[in-house]
Design a protein. Structure first.
Length: 257
């Protein structure tokens, strides 16, 4: 179970640009839950992910995993149990290395030895099978440099790499936003399949309201550092894109937009 308890986060404290983003923000995510997170620009979605991953510190409150306080744990330690995919396909993969080398790096996550251990015959066959399961023909490009792949192929690889080793949390930060609709659909279907198979606790930030409705068993809508919609189970299943749009419109009117 992941808990954000009484989180307080300010940016640029003591300056003219001071922003208090989170003031007593609380969120509990059960094991295996797939949470879709939507919200307007600047509502705090990425900051929330960064706080969970330890990419930014908090000014107050605790981050707990299975009852253990990880607030002070460094990001590289937390990443042993976290897979994260970013909006930019160039993050999370190494462009100057081949697909095979990238997969070997992901396979050896947390270990200190080189790539050799990841590239024996058995591993290569396993990587080929993994790539073939996606259906994009990546298994025939194992010796191609990742920088030469399309954005969609690269994001697919990033997703496979992030979930290759057992992880507790999969963090998806607008991971389909830079993809064309058809490729985004392929990456989302793969996401759904991986989450289901691995039963990994997942938090997916997206501006695609259809994906937020179709995927996941819980939906959060963020606004100014608060979760203003939080629906799970049957309530989440019943949600339609129009319901979220309606709340977006109400907020816009309140904010004078
Ligand atoms: N490193 C930072 N320094 C200062 N302010 C920041 C920083 N990161 C985020 N903010 C501010 O915090 C607020 C929330 O930003 P955040 O990126 O978390 O929002 P978001 O919901 O992910 O937005 P978007 O949908 O545009 O990605 C914004 O007002 C933003 O300007």
């Amino acid at each position: 179970m992941l808990e954000l308890q009484h989180i307080h986060k300010m940016y640029n404290p003591g300056t003219i640009n001071e922003i208090c983003l989170f003031d007593d923000f609380n969120l509990t995510i059960e094991d295996g839950q797939f949470v879709s997170v939507v919200g307007s620009n600047g509502s705090g979605k990425t900051s929330m992910l960064n706080i969970i991953c330890g990419s930014i510190p908090v000014d107050g409150g605790k981050i707990m995993v299975n009852g253990v306080d990880i607030t002070k744990k460094k990001d590289f330690i937390r990443h042993q149990s976290i897979g994260r995919v970013f909006q930019d396909p160039s993050k999370g993969t190494c462009p100057s290395m081949t697909i095979l080398e990238n997969l070997a790096i992901a396979d050896n996550k947390g270990k200190t030895y080189g790539l050799g251990r990841g590239t024996n015959h058995a591993r290569i066959n396993a990587y080929r099978e993994l790539l073939a399961s996606v259906g994009l023909g990546l298994e025939d490009k194992m010796h191609t440099k990742v920088g030469a792949l399309s954005g969609g192929q690269r994001q697919t690889l990033a997703l496979l790499m992030a979930t290759m080793k057992p992880i507790e949390f999969l963090i998806l930060d607008e991971h389909t936003a830079a993809l064309d609709p058809k490729t985004a659909e392929i990456v989302m279907q793969l996401t759904g399949k991986i989450v289901k198979e691995k039963k990994v606790t997942t938090i997916m930030v997206t501006h695609n309201l259809r994906y937020a409705v179709e995927y996941g068993d819980r939906l959060l809508m963020m606004h100014q550092g608060h979760a203003i919609i939080d629906k799970a189970g049957a309530e989440k299943k019943a949600m339609q894109v129009d319901d979220i749009l309606g709340t977006f419109n109400e907020i816009s009117i309140e904010c004078g937009n």
